[in-house]
Design a protein around this ligand. Structure first.
Ligand code: ADP
Ligand code: MG
Length: 326
């Protein structure tokens, strides 16, 4: 099983940032409202994620470390998701096969916490009592310690940190309801408090994308026929130095899509003579109107009514930009 897990790990776990992505997504799936990330040496020494989610029952805990042990498949729709994203229920098993992983958890109905870890070539899972508030902590130490070839592919701590930081920005911009913290080498480097109001969200935007952007951000808020576009674009009349902040989410998922890019660029071309500005935009639509599985890794999507979506984005941005001039 260890070898099979390590092979699977090649797909799931490329670097510390991909471990963190999987673990934080699990925390969010568990309904956490606070997620604390701690890393040492760019994550190669330590990755620790603590959440205040639902936790997991003792008898499920050991199971969670074995392959294809997902608790998240309930319907046929989910089977579709498997077909498009590959097998689920492999992240923990994969990460556990290439690091020293412990999973500690307590549910609200348990008075005690339990900790599981897998060991040896058979990856036998041991479960022992532990101390932990309701929620979970997953700790992965010495990533790739047993796969030296993979370990050599890790870049400098600074580069790995940058990947983690960038991924955290992406999720922090769209999951405004979650309090995220990030500690690197014992020092708190990010603290994104839950943003329940527009003002609090603008503060988060300032943390992620710079004060200039947040102070002069133009609100986008447009709804029509089941399509909704919201978020912010940087006002072009102040400072366009945050133009590298370009985030577009479709139903909560970051996309880099040609059709979307085209609509955004066309709006800027017409209103701003092509000046590039930063944006953080969320498009929401009926999930049946979009295929998100075109290229999971490339962040592409396919809209069923692509022309219509394109023109909706264009018009929503044009109207936000035209208000700026007045
Ligand atoms: P998947 O997320 O695809 O189900 P994973 O390998 O990532 O597969 O996780 C396996 C299982 O472990 C999950 O289905 C879930 O039941 C449990 N689990 C993992 N992380 C957490 C967490 N932070 N809180 C509660 N349960 C968790
Ligand atoms: Mg998962």
């Amino acid at each position: 099983p260890q070898l099979a897990n390590q092979i699977a790990a090649g797909e799931v776990v490329e670097r510390p940032a991909s471990v963190i992505k999987e673990l934080v997504e699990n925390s969010l799936d568990a309904g956490a409202t606070k997620v604390d990330i701690e890393i040492d040496k760019g994550g190669s020494k330590l990755i620790k994620i603590q959440d205040n989610g639902s936790g997991i029952e003792k008898d499920q805990l050991g199971l969670a470390l074995s392959r294809h042990a997902t608790s998240k498949l309930a319907s046929l729709d989910d089977l579709d998701a498997i077909l498009s994203f590959g097998f689920r229920g492999e992240a923990l098993a994969s990460i556990s096969s290439v690091s020293r992983l412990t999973f500690t958890s307590r549910t609200a109905s348990q008075t005690e916490a339990w900790q599981a870890y897998a060991e040896g070539s058979e990856m036998a899972v041991t479960v022992i009592p532990a101390a932990h508030p309701v929620g979970s902590t997953v700790e992965a130490v010495d990533l790739f310690f047993n796969t030296p070839a993979r370990r050599r592919f890790l870049k400098s701590d600074k580069t790995e940190f940058t990947h983690i930081d960038e991924w955290l920005k992406r999720i922090a911009l769209v999951r405004r309801d979650i309090h995220f913290t990030l500690k690197h080498n014992g020092k708190m480097v990010r603290n994104y408090r839950a943003a329940n109001t527009q003002n609090q969200y603008l503060q988060r935007l300032a943390q992620v994308s710079g004060k200039q952007f947040a102070e002069h951000a133009l609100a986008v808020d447009c709804e029509h026929n089941g399509l909704k576009l919201s978020g912010y674009i940087q006002s072009p009349y102040f400072d366009a130095s945050s133009s590298d902040t370009q985030y577009f989410y479709v139903n909560g998922r970051l996309v880099r899509d040609r059709l979307v890019n085209h609509a955004v660029r066309q709006a800027f071309a017409e209103q701003l003579q092509g000046v590039q500005v930063g944006y953080v935009l969320m498009l929401e639509l009926d999930p049946h109107q979009v295929d998100v599985n075109v290229h999971p890794a490339k962040h592409e999507v396919r809209f069923h009514e692509s022309r219509y979506v394109h023109d909706f984005i264009l018009q929503a941005l044009q109207s936000a930009l035209s208000q700026a001039e007045q």
